[in-house]
Design a protein around this ligand. Sequence first.
Ligand SMILES: NC(=O)c1ccc[n+]([C@@H]2O[C@H](COP(=O)([O-])OP(=O)(O)OC[C@H]3O[C@@H](n4cnc5c(N)ncnc54)[C@H](O)[C@@H]3O)[C@@H](O)[C@H]2O)c1
Ligand SMILES: O=P(O)(O)OC[C@@H](O)CO
Ligand SMILES: [Zn+2]
Length: 344
Amino acid sequence: MQLPRDVLVGSDMLGKVSDVCSDLQLGRNALIVTGQKTRDIAGIKVAEELEETGINVQIHVSGSASMEEVENVMEIAREMDTDFLLGVGSGKSIDVAKLAATRHNVPFLSIPTAASHDGIVSSRASITHNGETTSIQASAPMAVIADTEVIAKAPFRLLAAGCGDIISNCTAVLDWQLAHRLQNVAFSEYAAALASMTANILIESADSIKPDLESSVRIVVKALVSSGVAMSIAGSSRPASGSEHMFSHALNRIAPNPALHGEQCGIGTILMMYLHGGDWKEIRDALRIIGAPTTAHELGIEDKYILQALVESHKIRPERYTILGTGITPDAAEVVARTTGVIS
Ligand SMILES: NC(=O)c1ccc[n+]([C@@H]2O[C@H](COP(=O)([O-])OP(=O)(O)OC[C@H]3O[C@@H](n4cnc5c(N)ncnc54)[C@H](O)[C@@H]3O)[C@@H](O)[C@H]2O)c1
Ligand SMILES: O=P(O)(O)OC[C@@H](O)CO
Ligand SMILES: [Zn+2]
């Protein structure tokens, strides 16, 4: 099991980055991977923090979370003899830094500027490779530094998406248990219990998740940490990724303008909880209270793509057995999507 050594959550945590780096004795050459917008939000501040302590810093602005981008960052790391990498920004920047650091065999720090998914802590990296966007094994961050002030200022849509990614653990664990019973798939009670408990705590706290509130950010970030730890305990994304994620990955392939990962996973959880015969209304109501999308319209995706993604989801990870089994028929998909109100 690989877990982060330090996890800092609170106000002005960006000011602690250099303390964490010297405490962990990470070395003198640092490479920051960040986004266009997040460079100005936090990337430059982190660079200045590190330079004040004599560390040589280079900033790389990455666009896509592709394998080419990872190889590009690895080339820069080789050229500047990087001792450690920092992912400063959203999911794509953190995943590129995470996989590049893993393959360059140096430590990596995760510094999220939004609490939009559980990749901020996990030992998984979702890198697009040959059209696939399912996660691959990487190293867990040596440290996670979540500045709740910065994250609270991010568009609330991102925090709501993070809630969707956490609530998706509900159906991910049900799928994992089903696969264990039917196919004797390796199963960790502890990872499953942690992932389920995390989702249930968030569902119960739904009405405390409000815009611009650091207390809301703390609730979501701690839940994302728990989800990431559950994946590290399991050694896979199983505790946090089941049929609802396959639905989201299918939408990424099919929809002209996919929504945020956590938004798609939240709606996938409503649909798959219905298929499990569970309390899908509880899922829908929690997402609605939080302000996350619960319909195709709110997702900004046409009904036809929702239905097509439902019918194709089981093909996304054929080796990962879920409630979708060998696939749902188009007419059954219509029943699920209409009954749950995801399509009108
Ligand atoms: N590794 C994992 O375990 C894991 C888990 C879930 C998702 N993912 C991956 O993460 C990616 C999704 O990440 P995401 O949902 O953050 O989307 P994203 O990376 O596309 O970022 C969304 C947007 O948020 C903006 N943003 C970030 N912080 C901001 C801030 N403070 N203020 C204003 N704007 C800000 C970014 O500039 C970006 O335009 C996908 O590639 C997904 O596959 C990985
Ligand atoms: O393995 P996947 O399906 O990419 O899932 C990883 C992460 O999104 C779980 O929240
Ligand atoms: Zn996810």
